[in-house]
Design a protein around this ligand. Structure first.
Ligand code: KIV
Ligand code: ZN
Length: 393
């Protein structure tokens, strides 16, 4: 366990922002299954949905609130009284419950989308937080499109939100527009200018439109001082998605010499959780996806295979087992070397009489690999079958 000061809170939004991925809608039963798995994974907060979005979403948040005991259950709510009340009712059964209310703060959104003045936006935020307090004392306030908002306006609205009772302040990069060093400095500037900033946990919520969600989130933590990251399994989310939970968690864990932060995630559940979300949504995981892709711990080239056989750390910065794979994988193909071939022969329990026999089979394996894209264990076995062995001169 880590102390509040050096702990990084993991806020999972697979069931809310993740479900906003076009084509990724989930049934209430699927959501409950995923929520239970997220609790087992150890996430601090499960954003279970957006209670006012539909009766189905409301019911599903209620059902999740009844069974989740260790993680905080959260519902999103626009900053208006009826949304906040719906969120409060939906999470009522959860022992740890949060209302996450938000309103847009960028000039573009305030003028073109909300048609509201900045003063009206502040009043709405304050009113929403005031109502949320009737349901819970764990209240998160988000400034939607923060990265394109005026810092001076953000100072004012965030100060008002904290004064009213917000306990987490979330800075979203809603459209994935930020770049890492700029975003970290942006969060730091806000924390330095908001006079009551130390009365709230600061959070970041980054979208992946430019492929920078994980980098921006980490910069928000390391340079900005944020202590909560909002993320989702497999990076699921609106448009190009959100910060991928498995990547950000393994970055902080693997480079803890640098981050020096505690993350209470059972990393061995990362792959099972990723597979569950993939099968429920029907979104396949790309093979080269960091941590949970099928190639993430596969070694194909002879030089790499030989290195890993001699010492895993030559080409692995974390172990496959630590993130929930059963083992790393030597992919046998035309790039493979003799060491990996020999190791697979041993693993398959193929009896060999001499190193010369292995050399001979290896030569035939190379020949086969030139003709066949994937080499299966049965192919290796057949290289040693009597009928395939050429009589020695
Ligand atoms: O991207 C965003 O701004 C959001 C907020 C509701 C936090 O999802
Ligand atoms: Zn979002």
């Amino acid at each position: 366990m880590t102390t509040a000061r050096d702990k990084l809170f993991i806020f999972d939004t697979t069931l809310r922002d993740g479900e906003q991925s076009p084509g990724a809608s989930m049934s209430p039963q699927d959501k409950l299954r995923i929520a239970k798995q997220l609790e087992f994974l150890g996430v601090d907060v499960i954003e279970a949905g957006f209670a006012a979005a539909s009766p189905g979403d409301f019911e599903s948040i209620c059902a999740i609130s009844k069974v989740i005991r260790n993680s905080t259950v959260c519902s999103l709510a626009r900053a208006n009284p009826s949304d906040v009340r719906k969120a409060g009712e939906a999470i009522a059964a959860a022992p740890r419950r949060r209302i996450h209310t938000f309103i847009a703060t960028s000039p573009l959104h305030m003028e073109k989308k909300l048609n509201m003045t900045p003063e009206q936006v502040i009043s709405r935020a304050v009113e929403a937080i005031c109502i949320a307090k009737e349901y819970t004392d764990d209240i998160e306030f988000s400034c939607e499109d923060a990265s394109r908002s005026q810092p001076e306006f953000l100072y004012r609205i965030i100060e008002a939100a904290i004064r009213e009772g917000a306990t987490t302040i979330n800075i979203p990069d809603t459209v994935g527009y930020a770049v890492p060093s700029e975003f970290g400095a942006f969060v730091r500037d806000l924390r330095e200018h908001v006079y009551n900033s130390d009365q709230a946990v600061w959070s970041v919520h980054c979208h992946n439109d430019l492929g920078l969600a994980v980098a921006n989130s980490l910069s928000g933590v390391i340079h900005g001082g944020a202590r909560q990251i909002e993320c989702s399994i497999n990076g699921l989310g609106e448009r190009a998605g959100n910060c991928a939970l498995e990547e950000v968690v393994m970055a902080v864990k693997t480079r803890n010499d640098f981050f020096k932060l505690g993350v209470d995630i059972n990393t061995r559940q990362l792959v099972p959780t990723s597979k569950l979300v993939s099968s429920v949504t029907g979104f396949p995981i790309q093979p080269n996806k960091a941590v949970v892709g099928s190639n993430a711990f596969s070694h194909a080239s002879g030089i790499h295979q030989d290195g890993v056989i001699k010492h895993r750390e030559t080409y692995e910065i974390m172990t496959a087992e630590d993130v929930g794979w059963t083992s790393n994988r030597m992919v046998l193909g035309k790039l493979s070397g003799r060491s990996a071939f020999r190791q697979r022969v041993r693993e398959l329990g193929i009896p060999t009489k001499s190193e010369a026999e292995i050399d001979d089979a290896f030569a035939r394996f190379k020949d086969l690999a030139d003709r066949k894209v994937q080499i299966f264990d049965e192919d290796i076995q057949s290289l040693f079958d009597a009928k395939n062995i050429q009589p020695q001169e």
